[in-house]
Design a protein around this ligand. Structure first.
Ligand code: PLP
Length: 283
């Protein structure tokens, strides 16, 4: 099941061709996106996702997204959806057609079923390798053209890192900075549990401010946990009581193996945190 709607409110056949071959999103990955989890008809963290879409657009000098129009198109996809109770909703916004100054951004919302692989990872956890992203965190401020912290469509590097993980017998990646500081996954944020405190690295390191990490922290605080946003080193991941990857569609996924070494069993902590996260959307 898939549902495609363009930002102007037109529903379209998701199996037909719609994007021009000279769209800059296609030619250069010049655009931005968001992936929202919809569960039981509710788009989770839609406000923070649209906030981040606006921040990414500003970083890429794209026209400011029309928030009301995005809210309407999300509603349209939700109302047209007849698939599983949980699905992924992609919001895509590109610079539009090359060489045409009058060209408007290409903008659409696409509802899609969730991959079986993601569901399995949620249930069973994942093996992760650390890979150097090769960019010093102080480039976030010094080199804004690197778009660190923007959710751009240029994910070829992120996907290459996931393939490298597979070559090393793992499922996913934690990127590090050249000095060994922990950054994020190619499509996720890193969360560490130590005692009754959760930690995640700060967005100032040039990583995405995660909507799921935000709601996990909110839920955990309500359940009596302390939370801290501060830099972590790889050694902190190894010595933690629990290591998790968080993103909209994978939710909170447990890491059971790091760089080939099994981590302590964090199933009970994972269950507690997953419940605290779900409680944010109950009732
Ligand atoms: N970091 C990166 C690079 C991502 O691509 C994503 C999501 O896809 C995240 C973090 C997690 O963000 P969110 O929880 O808002 O989905």
């Amino acid at each position: 099941m898939r549902v495609l709607a363009f930002l102007d409110g037109t529903l379209a056949d998701p199996d037909a061709a719609h994007i021009r071959v000279d769209d800059l999103g296609l030619l250069r990955g010049d655009g931005i996106f968001e992936t929202v989890l919809v569960a039981d008809g509710v788009p989770r963290e839609l406000g923070p996702h649209l906030d981040r879409l606006a921040r990414s657009a500003a970083m890429l000098d794209l026209p400011e997204p029309d928030r009301a129009a995005w809210e309407r198109v999300v509603r349209l996809v939700l109302d047209s959806w007849s698939g599983s109770a949980e699905f992924a909703l992609k919001l895509v916004y590109t610079r539009g057609v090359e060489g045409d100054p009058a060209s408007a951004p290409t903008a659409f919302a696409l509802g899609m079923e969730i991959d079986e692989k993601v569901r399995r990872a949620r249930a069973e956890g994942v093996a992760v390798v650390t890979l150097d992203r090769g960019i010093d965190p102080d480039y976030t401020e010094r080199a804004p053209w690197l778009l660190l912290g923007a959710k751009s469509l240029s994910y070829a590097v992120n996907m290459a890192a996931v393939r490298e993980a597979a070559r090393r017998g793992a499922d996913d990646v934690v990127f590090t900075a050249p000095g060994g500081t922990v950054l994020e996954g190619p499509t996720s944020n890193v969360i560490v549990a130590r005692g009754r405190t959760l930690y995640t690295p700060p967005p100032s390191l040039g990583i995405l401010k995660g909507t799921t990490q935000g709601s996990v922290f909110r839920g955990a605080e309500r359940a009596g946990w302390a939370t801290k946003v501060e830099p972590l080193e790889v050694a902190d991941l190894r010595s933690a009581d629990g290591l998790f990857l968080a993103s909209s569609v994978r939710k909170l996924t447990r890491v059971h193996t790091l760089d080939g070494q099994p981590l302590p069993d964090s199933s009970a902590i994972h269950a507690e945190l997953a419940e605290a996260y779900e409680a944010e959307y109950a009732g």
